[in-house]
Design a protein around this ligand. Sequence first.
Ligand SMILES: [Zn+2]
Ligand SMILES: [Zn+2]
Length: 295
Amino acid sequence: MRPYSQFTVASYLMAPTLITVSHVGSLLILITGLSWASILWMALLYISRAMATTVIYHRLITHKSYQAPTWVKWGGSVVAASAGQLGPSCWKAHHLAHHQHTDRALDPHSPYAPPKDSRGLYWSHIGWLLSPRLLPTKLPLDVESDLVLRLIDRFHFIPLVALGIISYFIGGVEYLGAFFLSTTLLFHGVQTVNSLAHIFGAQPFATDDQSRNNSFVALLTMGEGWHNMHHAFQASSRHGITIRDGQVVYLPDPTFRFVKLMEFFGLASKLRVPAETDLLARAKHREPAYVSSSL
Ligand SMILES: [Zn+2]
Ligand SMILES: [Zn+2]
């Protein structure tokens, strides 16, 4: 039995419903076309909501990789919820289960543990959200005990609907279509972390899962594609790190840059980043390329 009410279940079901509506609504642009202004609106909505998802939902609320004032958590969660990909409590519940059971049977969205009759790539990208896995078995206590975050979680669909209405009032049907398309693209962008970043890419760090560092996913997701590093150092506020030739190399990570900007303005503190010695200690050891001729 799930630990929450029928209202909560109905609320969570709104997410796949509205994402489906967004896919269909994107077809509006076939009628209206897209002006440069509406493309700009689309990009603004994509970047701001992607950033809120990674900066607030993932690196702050889920992994506590830095600290921020409560109002930043609340405000950022409203923006993240407007992506249409659930509220902070449900999002964290899914993600903690993913880290706890990565690529095993209880992982909600592993490409390596799909149910029968489902292909791994499809399951990890979309299928899991259209299945009973949408409903987590438990919700995180810290988020549930914050009344504002709980309200944002249960009414997560309101910011999305409001953004659609705002888009319509700014630029009519064309901007509404741009909003739907941005929401659809962002949905697929975020899901590539669950799908592609567990299938394709490098594994510079030793982990007991299939997580990968994938530059294409990193490009789509403000730096979240450095996913092997993230699985190796889950509490790190910086994901864009790899090991090359025995050296630590830093990679583009817009989310980390944004958190640094927040720190500059006093909105983030106690950023957690692993020491280079710890990074090197966790590097996957390779066999030497050659054996000395003196042996
Ligand atoms: Zn993962
Ligand atoms: Zn994570």
